[in-house]
Design a binder for this molecule. Structure first.
Ligand SMILES: Nc1nc2c(c(=O)[nH]1)N(C=O)[C@@H](CNc1ccc(C(=O)N[C@@H](CCC(=O)O)C(=O)O)cc1)CN2
Ligand SMILES: Nc1ncnc2c1ncn2[C@@H]1O[C@H](COP(=O)(O)OP(=O)(O)OP(=O)(O)O)[C@@H](O)[C@H]1O
Length: 197
């Protein structure tokens, strides 16, 4: 157990070092490629109630996907970290102007006029991660936010998202880890159940 946690920490540190070194120009151009691929991807197009995320620097930037989803009439929500460490809710957003700086330097909806979306009503979750393997196993930021959240909605369509260099041959999964169904990078979308699409 202790060994797994130390290995995870070291792996997380190494991948994040590399991700933090990406140039904003590269991040923006490659993010546009991912957004483009998702705007014609059937499981995303079919979803009506989508949980996306507000990217940190270095992560695939999804603001354009949020705007696309809103323009296409989808309900869009994003993570909202609760006071209790490791627990998050999903908060509805109707645009990108209403955001504030929240915990961990993440952008969040303004708590004053925020609507929490019932997790059971969500039909698609875009899951950011530090690393994935093609079986859908995920290494996150280490607080268990997504594992706890996704445990409540086992039926939801989940798409992990990361850069190609973050896809590793294998990630050790623990009991609480919830694998994603698909993984998208700037190069391809992979179905973790049936292999490459
Ligand atoms: N854009 C985005 N939102 C997200 C996540 C994510 O990975 N990406 N999360 C995924 O679970 C949750 C937030 N999880 C987080 C957990 C810990 C740290 C954290 O410890 N940050 C350190 C710096 C980490 C580092 O760069 O080494 C800090 O701010 O001090 C950040 C986010 C929910 N929202
Ligand atoms: N469903 C759960 N129930 C109880 N504890 C959990 C659950 N999911 C994760 N945890 C605990 O949360 C901690 C962090 O888990 P883990 O290292 O898997 O986070 P992560 O997936 O990397 O992080 P994140 O989801 O925030 O990106 C661990 O101590 C783990 O035991």
């Amino acid at each position: 157990m202790a060994i797994i946690n130390n290995d995870k920490k070291e792996l997380r540190r190494e991948v994040l070092l590399r991700r933090n070194a990406l140039s904003p120009d590269w991040v923006n151009s490659q993010s546009a490629i991912i957004v483009q691929s998702l705007t014609c991807w059937e499981p995303f197009l079919q979803a009506k109630n989508v949980m996306l995320y507000l990217a940190m620097p270095g992560e695939p930037q999804m603001d354009e996907l949020i705007l696309f989803a809103l323009a296409n009439g989808k309900q869009v929500s994003v993570p909202f970290l609760t006071e209790k460490f490791g627990y998050m809710q999903s908060a509805a957003i109707t645009g990108l102007q209403e955001l504030k700086k929240g915990k961990l330097n993440l952008r969040v909806p303004d708590e004053q006029n925020m609507t929490i979306v019932e997790p059971e009503t969500i039909d698609f979750v875009l899951v950011p991660g530090v690393a994935f393997d093609l079986a859908g196993n995920r290494l996150g930021m280490g607080a268990g936010y997504y594992d706890r959240f996704l445990a409540r909605i086992p039926q939801v369509c989940t798409l992990g998202i990361a850069w190609n260099f973050q896809i590793l041959p294998s990630i050790v999964s623990q009991e609480h880890d919830i694998p994603v169904q698909y993984v998208v990078t700037e190069e391809k979308i992979t179905s973790c159940r049936k292999g490459k699409m």
